[in-house]
Design a binder for this molecule. Structure first.
Ligand code: SF4
Length: 351
């Protein structure tokens, strides 16, 4: 009987590897840095995890804690229940956490009225914008918010003040149409995750039309948004395609796609994870940029790079434009005993 000769295993696999390597097209990947998680996202996820650790399952989270399905699914597995509105949270002692994007003032008020134990994961940089808005309002200013209608951060910021106190402008056309009550009592604030360049144009239009308008000392677009846009700008001019790992409802991820195109990449696309890569669109791509929005974990970037390794002979180069070392503290109620600023937890008779 004819028997096929067993190949010498290591040599056989090496040959297959060589053949494959020879046949795979070359692809240079430029990894933009910084990319991915920002300090506000890390803090928000830590808040949910620490609440689970200290208070057990379940904890409720109002809205996606950050705009990333992978993160949300992971937290669901650990015991978090996601709801869109507070009235979906049952009465009782279970913690309810507000997302990193911030909430209108009516939300914590409603939680207080129901004696719910709530934890606020609003990013401190979003809270800073809320405080600016309140300060302008107290000083008698009408406020213009530059942002995107319907985004949770915009809903949260507008909900800090009574209706009519803040007017939203999305672009320069809105500025042309906007008529304030008093040209000399006007201030502007911005969403934290906008395109730095587009916002500059809108601010210039506001300042041209209302020369006495007050603005923030330093712009409200956060450090993470600014740094990720800077890094993609340095990568994009070398690229046939820039992939942004992030969610369609993530504002800063969508902005990275736009910035990559404006900065010179022939194409740019958003992918949530490797399974979404449009391989037809990759035909002819020899230089690929990869970055990730502030709510996308690095594990998904690695997954995307690995997907390219299986189809291309890949070389990877990281292009770093800035070091980041920003960290935000957890709310006091969630610090472990012994941690600086931790609350004194009383022991009950049963303990
Ligand atoms: S993107 Fe900026 S504002 Fe939003 S959570 Fe991150 S650091 Fe905070």
């Amino acid at each position: 009987m004819y028997r096929q000769r067993e190949p010498d295993a290591p040599a056989y696999y090496q040959r297959i590897a060589n053949i494959m390597t020879e046949q795979l097209p070359d692809l240079k990947i430029y990894l933009a840095a910084p990319r991915g998680f920002c300090a506000g996202v890390v803090r928000a996820i830590d808040i949910v995890e620490r609440a689970l650790e200290l208070h057990g399952k379940p904890v409720y989270v109002r809205h996606e804690i950050v705009h990333n399905k992978y993160v949300v699914e992971d937290l669901k597995q650990k015991g978090a229940i996601f709801v869109e509105e507070l009235d979906e949270v049952p009465d009782g002692d279970r913690p309810v956490i507000f997302s990193a994007h911030g909430v209108p003032k009516s939300v914590p008020e409603a939680a207080k009225n129901r004696n719910l134990f709530y934890l606020d994961a609003t990013c401190p940089l979003v809270s800073k914008v809320h405080m600016e808005a309140s300060r302008h309002f107290q000083d008698g200013y009408e406020i213009v918010l530059i942002g995107h209608a319907g985004h949770p951060e915009v809903i949260g910021t507008m909900g800090q003040l009574p209706e009519g106190a803040i007017s939203l402008v999305e672009d320069e056309e809105d500025v042309a149409k906007f008529e304030p009550r008093d040209h000399d009592k006007l201030a502007y604030i911005t969403q934290t995750t906008l395109s730095v360049d587009d916002t500059k144009g809108i601010i210039e239009a506001l300042e041209k039309k209302f020369p006495n308008i007050h603005g923030p000392h330093k712009e409200d677009i956060c450090y993470a948004t600014t740094n990720r846009q800077e890094s993609v700008k340095s990568v994009a001019p070398h690229c046939d395609m820039v992939l942004v790992v992030g969610a369609p409802n993530s504002s800063n991820s969508q902005r990275l796609v736009e910035v990559a195109k404006t900065a010179g990449s022939k194409q740019s696309m958003l992918v949530q994870r490797a399974a979404e890569i449009n391989w037809d669109a990759m035909a002819g791509v020899k230089m690929l940029g990869i970055t990730a929005g502030a709510s996308a974990p690095e594990v998904l970037v690695n997954e995307v790079v690995d997907a390219f390794r299986s189809r291309y002979n890949v070389t990877v180069e990281t292009i770093k434009t800035k070091d980041e070392n920003v960290e935000f503290k957890l709310p006091r109620q969630l610090r472990r005993e012994g941690e600086p600023g931790a609350p004194v937890r009383s022991t009950t008779a049963a303990e």
